[in-house]
Ligand binder design. Structure first.
Ligand code: SF4
Length: 347
């Protein structure tokens, strides 16, 4: 089991639930936009939000955004170790640094001291663009050089007494990312932050993240994750929830099952399934909805759904509960009646 690490008011690692993270597209010094965005992703199921720190105004903004949003916040710093110190002073719940690019070991030592005083954790690691030259020359670009680079950063922080560490080894290649996390999981018990870097736009990005993150989680590897997408932050959070729910690692999600339809389907089942999904994807409750093409097989195929709908041969629909048909409705009445049923059950 991995070590348990506290980030604001939540824990990651040590058997805690897998925490969902996202990263803001705003400067945190724009407090209004940052708070609005945090509240929006929190509502969608996000547990931790990360912000880039580009200047002193950013570094001193964590306390106010944290207070107004209630989300644990991570400060992401590159190059300037003083911004790391200021972010820690400014109320960040965790920082993410690359010890190799903050100007030498003395600076790492100062940051380590500040982390210990504030009792907050740090994420370090490596990605394919930041592999330590020593390991790159020795092993080439592979899981060993990625893993060893991350462990070297960990050792440097440990040297200065930091104990609460989270590690990541990201790559845009899914097979490489999987092998690198497996390499790390055998060599450390610090919690692991999973992610596929530069995964792409929503459709292909979700596929890559689901394969990489899903493969690792299904083997018991990973304590927190970010689904990085070139898409709205809310889409990242919903994708993360869906991955966790599909692996039965998260049960406070509404899942929508829908049949692929076939020649028996006589209504616009696919569009209706899309509308149902859009309505419920941000709701954090354990509930299963089925949208099925026909009444011949639909209710039986989805007999474990809490609520369902299936088309009939004449183009109308039946509503069913736990596989039992309870009501027949005209197609033109379905939206109002079915969404009303969802509201009754979930809101
Ligand atoms: Fe075809 Fe009916 Fe099964 Fe959907 S539920 S795939 S329409 S048989």
């Amino acid at each position: 089991m991995t070590k348990k690490v506290k980030i604001g008011n939540i824990y990651i690692g040590g058997g805690e639930k897998i925490a969902i993270q996202s990263m803001s597209v705003h400067k945190i010094s724009d407090h209004k936009k940052s708070i609005e965005e945090c509240l929006r992703v929190k509502d969608a199921g996000c547990d931790i939000m990360r912000f880039s720190v580009c200047d002193e105004k950013d570094a001193s903004s964590f306390a106010i955004v944290k207070k107004e949003s209630g989300l644990p916040l991570v400060a992401d710093i590159h190059f300037d170790y003083k911004l790391a110190l200021k972010s820690i002073d400014g109320g960040a719940d965790k920082i993410r640094i690359n010890p190799g690019n903050i100007g030498g070991e003395n600076n790492v030592k100062e940051v380590a001291l500040a982390l210990r005083n504030a009792k907050i954790p740090v994420r370090v690691g490596s990605n394919t663009g930041s592999i330590d030259k020593e390991f790159l020359n020795k092993y080439g670009k592979n899981e060993i050089s990625l893993g060893e680079s991350a462990l070297k950063n960990v050792a440097l922080l440990e040297k200065y007494g930091v104990e609460d560490i989270v590690i990541s080894v990201k790559a845009s290649s899914v097979p490489l990312m999987i092998k690198a996390y497996e390499y790390l999981a055998k060599r450390t018990n610090y919690p692991l932050h999973l992610g596929v870097t530069e995964a792409g736009t929503e459709y292909s990005g979700i596929i890559k993240n689901s394969i990489g993150i899903g493969a690792l989680l299904s083997r018991g590897i990973g304590d927190t994750l970010r689904v990085s997408l070139s898409a709205d932050v809310e889409r990242e959070v919903i994708a993360a929830k869906t991955i966790l729910s599909a692996l039965e690692l998260k049960d406070d999600c509404v899942s929508v099952v829908a049949c692929p339809t076939c020649g028996r389907c006589q209504w616009d089942c696919m569009n209706f399934a899309k509308k149902v999904t859009e309505k419920v994807e941000k709701i954090n409750k354990n509930f299963k909805i089925a949208v099925m093409g026909c009444a011949v097989n639909g209710p039986g195929e989805a007999s474990d759904a809490d609520l369902g709908v299936a088309g009939t041969g004449d183009g109308d629909c039946v509503i069913f509960v736990k596989g039992k048909i309870v009501k027949k409705v005209k197609r033109e009445e379905l939206d109002e009646i079915f969404f009303g049923e969802i509201d009754k059950c979930l809101l």
